[in-house]
Structures are given as structure tokens and as C-alpha cells.
Ligand binder design. Structure first.
Ligand SMILES: *Cc1c(COP(=O)(O)O)cnc(C)c1O
Length: 376
């Protein structure tokens, strides 16, 4: 049996090697390394895939969040509602722009932002909400969009983990993750569901004027070369990465399907297991399983993790510390106990290997090793 990886980028590359190598060679042959034709073509193809009217590429998912917040015109001191149980990038750009995070707790079963927490986190300086579609399924967008409309807030969807997830509104309308708010942001970090071979990111919007603003800020605040209308940043998607992403986008539906197969097998293996709580599917969203994250109950998560590691099964803890308890963000004045669900999840969550080339014998081994730990 081949050794088990959290994400098997090598096995995935081998499956699409001919297509990828050709795409890379063609960029090398034309030497159009910056803003080459593949960048535009990929943006158009991703717009087509997601249903977003405009896709604006940039250098990574963190930049995408920063550019989105700059383009929305948030001012220092403005407050942004953000879940405390997420990757640091979201709150990092809030802090960098002189904005203030207003943390909220998450739901104990789907791990998404708790809609009931929004009302009490409102205040006169709150200008935006960042729902993070954590692990691969959409937050409760109907509620969040409704709340934002009533309170005149902007919605920035962090879709770095959920590209391709489909949300269904109560009237039956469907939309992809990242295309429902004022702006959506995503990352093409290699291990993301649509990953390139380096760094990359993009922003989604349906508003043509706002799309121009995003594009301008990502390009030094200029529309016309050497004429700068606003302070911008330098954030581009390399042509090589765009060429690779064009290949991988063609396989994305198949990748999501194989991730779902792996998830279904885990679900079945641990149904009613006393110590392993499987992730709940959100009511109105499909799941693209960027991560398959269980909760370890009535046993030590860290002991299980160490045991699995010794037996050749890698696992990860996303995330061990909630953002309101991270040293860098203590200045915002939160304390332990403020967000009990997130704090308890940080001690219980364990993400199991899930990827597009997982063999069933590998998965059986993972499942049996976990089960054996609890019978020792
Ligand atoms: C990966 C990730 C990001 C940041 O993306 P980078 O491309 O690494 O900058 C932001 N938010 C979430 C939720 C992520 O998982």
C-alpha cells in the first residue's frame, strides 16, 4: 500500500501530467509570464464555472481578502464580524487595514458561523461580515444576506475552502459559494480543492463597477498605466499558475465527486461510533470536503493523533487555537470563555486524510486504525 498523505499532490499530478506539462511548456514557449493570455482565459472559464459575472485574479487568497476590503472602502476603526474558528488570513487583513474584528462563535456540528450570534455582535461601527465556508460547505447565506441587508452591511465570502459548493435558497434559487455576497474570495494554494503549483487567488463579484475597482486596486491603483487613482497593491496571478489552473478546473467536478466518495465512506464507517462524531452536512449546501473533520469525544484527540501518526496515518488539527485567543489578536480584548463552542472544537477536531486519489485500501487502513485505537 502506498504511504498515506493528507493530500496527495504527486499522485494527482501523475494523473494529469501530460495536460499540465503541455500547458506549462506553452507558457515557456511564449514567455508571457505576466498577464499572459492564460490569465484572462482562466478568469473567464472560472466565471463560467462558478456563475460569477466577474472573476478578478490575484496573487493569493489573503490578498483577495485584503483587496476586497480595500475596495469596499472600509475605514480604520470600522468593525467586521468574523468567526473566531477559522484560518488566520481573514482576521489578519482586518487588522492590517486598521479595522477591528468582531468575533462570533460557530455552530458545533457544521462548524459554520452561528447566525444567532450576529444580532448581539452588531454595533454602530460594524460595516461588514465575513462568512467563511469552512471545510467545504456554505454558511447559512440566506440568513446572513438578509441580516446584512437589514443592517446595511457588506458581505465578503471567504470561499478558500469551498470552491464549487452549491447553496440553495428557500425559493429554490441556487448559487455557488463566493457568488452570493458583495464579493467572494478564494485561494489556489496547492492543497486547496482547486490548487495551482504555487500561490494564487481570485475575487468574485457580479457588479461591473466594483469589479473594476477590485482590478484597479490589485494593479497599483491604476486603470491606465502610470496614472494612479487610489492606493493599491501589486497582486497578480502568474501566467504559469493560470495555465495549470485551466487544466485543473476541467477536473474539478470529478475531484469534488471523489472527495465526496471518501467522505461517504468515513460517514458510514463511523456512524454511531461512541468516540468519533462525523461532520454534519449543512441544510442548504452541497459539500466539497476540503477537509473531513471529525470530533473526538470521550477520549484524547491528541493521543489518537499521535497513535495514528505512529501507524502511518497523518491527520491535522484545523485549528488548535481560536483567533480570539491567538497572541497576535489579544489586543482586541477577548478572553477565554467568550466563544465556548470554538474553544471546545479546538480541543476536539481532527481532520482525516481526504483527497482525490485516495485508494479504498488506504481508507480501510485509516478507518481500522482509528477503530483499533478505541478498543485497545
Ligand atoms: C487558505 C485560506 C486562506 C488564504 O489563502 P492563501 O492563498 O494561503 O493566502 C484564507 N482563508 C481561508 C479560510 C483559507 O483556508
Amino acid at each position: 500500500m502506498a504511504s498515506i498523505q493528507m493530500v496527495d499532490l504527486r499522485a494527482q499530478y501523475e494523473q494529469i501530467k501530460a495536460e499540465v506539462d503541455q500547458a506549462i511548456q506553452q507558457v515557456l514557449d511564449t514567455t508571457a509570464f505576466i498577464n499572459g493570455p492564460d490569465v484572462k482565459a482562466f478568469s473567464a472559464e472560472l466565471a463560467d464555472y462558478t456563475g460569477a459575472r466577474f472573476v478578478i485574479p490575484c496573487a493569493n487568497g489573503t490578498d483577495a481578502l485584503q483587496i476586497a476590503m480595500m475596495a469596499l472602502g472600509f475605514q480604520p476603526g470600522d468593525e467586521i464580524i468574523v468567526p473566531t474558528f477559522t484560518y488566520v488570513a481573514t482576521v489578519e487583513v482586518i487588522a492590517l487595514l486598521g479595522l477591528k474584528p468582531k468575533f462570533v462563535d460557530v455552530l458545533p456540528d457544521t462548524y459554520e458561523l452561528d447566525p444567532k450570534a450576529l444580532e448581539e455582535s452588531m454595533g454602530p461601527r460594524v460595516v461588514g461580515i465575513v462568512p467563511v465556508h469552512l471545510y467545504g460547505q456554505c454558511s447559512n447565506m440566506e440568513f446572513i444576506l438578509d441580516f446584512a441587508r437589514k443592517n446595511n452591511l457588506k458581505v465578503i465570502e471567504d470561499t478558500a475552502q469551498a470552491i464549487g459548493a452549491v447553496y440553495t435558497f428557500s425559493d429554490g434559487r441556487k448559487a455557488q459559494a463566493g457568488t452570493m455576497g458583495d464579493v467572494g474570495t478564494t485561494s489556489f494554494f496547492p492543497s486547496k480543492n482547486l490548487g495551482c503549483y504555487g500561490d494564487g487567488g481570485a475575487m468574485f463579484t457580479n457588479d461591473p463597477v466594483f469589479a473594476e475597482t477590485l482590478r484597479m486596486i490589485a494593479n497599483h491603483g491604476q486603470k491606465k498605466k502610470y496614472y494612479h487613482d487610489s492606493i493599491g497593491v501589486n497582486s497578480r496571478l502568474d501566467t504559469l499558475q493560470a495555465a495549470i489552473l485551466r487544466v485543473k478546473l476541467r477536473h474539478l467536478d470529478r475531484y469534488s465527486a471523489s472527495r465526496n466518495e471518501v467522505a461517504d465512506r468515513y460517514d458510514k464507517a463511523f456512524v454511531n461510533h461512541p468516540n468519533i462524531k462525523t461532520p454534519k452536512r449543512a441544510a442548504n449546501s452541497t459539500h466539497v470536503f476540503h477537509q473531513y473533520t471529525v470530533q473526538v469525544e470521550g477520549a484524547s484527540r491528541d493521543e489518537l493523533k499521535a497513535y495514528l501518526q505512529e501507524n502511518g496515518v497523518p491527520t491535522m488539527v484545523y485549528y488548535p487555537v481560536p483567533l480570539h485567543r491567538q497572541n497576535a489578536y489579544l489586543e482586541y480584548g477577548y478572553s477565554e470563555g467568550d466563544f465556548p463552542i470554538a474553544e471546545s472544537l479546538c480541543n476536539k477536531v481532527l481532520s482525516l486524510p481526504i483527497h482525490t486519489e485516495m485508494k479504498s485500501e488506504q481508507q480501510d487502513f485509516i478507518i481500522n486504525t482509528i477503530k483499533f485505537f478505541f478498543t485497545k
